[in-house]
Design a protein around this ligand. Sequence first.
Ligand code: HSE
Length: 447
Amino acid sequence: MSSNASVAPVGVGLIGLGTIGTGVAKVLAENAAVIEQRLGFPLRLVRIADLDLETDRGVDLSEIRFDSDSDGLIADPEVDIVIELIGGYGIAKKITLAAIDAGKHVVTANKALLALHGEEIFGAAQGKGVDVAFEAAVGGGIPVLRAVREGLAANQIESVLGILNGTTNYVLTEMERTGEAFDEVLKRAQELGYAEADPTFDVDGIDAAHKLALLAAMAFGAKMTFEDIPTEGIRGLLPIDFEMAEHLGYRLKLLGIAKSLHDADGSPRIDARIHPTMVPADSMLANVDGAMNAVAVTGNAVGPTLYYGAGAGELPTASAVVGDLMEIAREIRRGRAGRVAPLSYPANELVALPLAGTGELFGRCYLRFTALDRPGVLAHITGALGERGVGIESVFQEGHAEEGDSVPVVMLTHPAREEAIREAIDEIDRHSHVTEPTRLIRIEEEL
Ligand code: HSE
């Protein structure tokens, strides 16, 4: 290392000293030697800004200027790269744009911000000739964005399928393991720190949609925001869904799915969606348990590839942030930013590809009806499906309800168009002997 002593360090300023920020400070301190060996010069955390100056984060900050002045940090000539770890769409956006405007490179883990305002932020960065890097935004410590953007750049990407949210994967794994209801498992997940006090973004699939929007943009060169993606979370799944999934040879996962489609005339479209999915129990994604994440990417040259690891957490996420810092630091030393466009495609190559509607999906579906246990109910349900050309592969109804009580009736359909299944469900759910909205769970066989 002494051979590199003459090369000046690249300076880093960190805004937001929460869990990930603390991890970044730790990785930069603990791995300083290997980072310097790999770069050929040191990476120095020169300044931190956070509103909380009191909490002991368990890391030595004595050599680092630490105050609440984020404007001062951005303007500081010793800071070459600004790390934004505040999160959210509001202040984080202002800080990111201010840093870019000041000619600073930015590293962020903020998927929400980029999945909504990516075009504006990347455009501003291009205008200023600075980089915006965000490996930590998808899959925490898993370097899946770099894999899609660079390692697989020679491919036409066919599909990206992933378990993109650790909180929901933990809840689903626990519901399956214990047979407990969603609310009980979620409460325990919150007590153990796996789920936030306000779990909305995670359990309703929004966090996964943020991540899928970024992955799909990179994979297909598609201009998209997360609001374009049909999103269904894991609320409303019942213990019986897990029992039936096991019986049928599947496991339940919240999948982010993005596929490249072509119309008959060859024009491209994207099928992108987030929803609970039954996946074959022996598939690799089915066996990703607890808070882990995994992303399967298939390219026309490489075939299927799989990326697995910790999707959140202090040190795994910091690993991705510091990897980005190193990449940008190399560019700074090289004297030229923008080696690879943030979304893999230069901004002028990104196109607004039409999205396929979920009604167009074709496949087998799991349907859970909740109906009064009366003669004729089953005939009505199968009739409504049959009239629309939806065949039934199997029917399950266990037990017998007292007069006036409901029972779950589960059906597995033959491959059918989802629009037809939805129409049948609409009709079925209007009938007075159906007491709860019917739940449809899609089955993904090709994993
Ligand atoms: N809340 C996310 C998850 C981690 O549960 O996976 C941050 O993206």
